[in-house]
Write a protein that binds this ligand. Structure first.
Ligand SMILES: O=c1[nH]cnc2c1ncn2[C@H]1C[C@H](O)[C@@H](COP(=O)(O)OP(=O)(O)O)O1
Length: 198
């Protein structure tokens, strides 16, 4: 499905569109992979029931609730704990211009590493959706290794809707990964995908 960016207020004035709200939860970390590769940031996505990667969240009805409270409700189901999302956490809204009439609202929320770990634990032990709509939370490997392991390999997997674009633009804008490293990883991921397709 193809998307174009749209202002949030304009999106909310559309008639007949569904509204999906998803969030990228992230935290700074001092952890080092193999004791030597600094991870710098933890970014969460999830493996969905359909085998696709995406962000936690879901459909919200703006005539009944705000985008933020609807998203917080979805997060309680998928992560098993309250995570308050505010209008300041809004990152982008995108309008589908093929397929179903849908606006994908995207939020990013910075947490502490301890809060993020708590959310990961609650997603397994408390969330009603665990093992049903959500097969598990996953951390995005933001580093690149030899043989295109890490971020390039992650990006070569299959993603729901525009969640891959949402991830890439948030990583760039929030400066969690440099523009140069994002571009290099995307290029390698494209090659991995081509090889898989052969
Ligand atoms: O992470 C995502 N980013 C953008 N769009 C997404 C993401 N995950 C799902 N979607 C799309 C797919 C669907 O058209 C709607 C609602 O999906 P879902 O999260 O499965 O919501 P419900 O559980 O059906 O409420 O958003």
């Amino acid at each position: 499905m193809a998307y174009r960016e749209i202002a949030k207020e304009q999106a909310l004035s559309l008639v007949g569109h569904k509204h999906a709200c998803h969030v990228m939860l992230y935290a700074a970390t001092d952890a080092k992979l193999f004791g030597r590769i600094p991870l710098k940031h933890i970014v969460l996505m999830q493996m969905r029931f359909d085998g696709l990667l995406g962000f936690p969240g879901g459909l919200v009805n703006p005539s009944k609730e705000s985008l933020e409270s609807g998203l917080s409700r979805e997060l309680r189901e998928e992560l098993g704990m309250a995570i308050d999302v505010s209008p300041e956490d809004h990152f982008s809204s995108s309008l589908s211009h093929s397929g179903p009439k849908l606006v994908a609202h995207f939020f990013t929320k910075k947490m502490t590493e301890a809060e993020l770990r708590e959310a990961e634990a609650a997603a397994v032990t408390k969330a009603t959706d665990h093992g049903l709509e959500v097969m598990g939370m996953v951390r995005v490997p933001l580093f690149s290794m030899k043989n295109d392991g890490g971020f390039p390999s992650f990006l070569s997997h299959s993603f729901i809707s525009n969640s891959r674009s949402q991830l890439l633009s948030a990583l760039r804008v929030l400066e969690l990964v440099s523009q140069e490293d994002v571009e290099a990883a995307v290029g390698k991921a494209d090659k991995i995908r081509q090889t898989k397709a052969q």
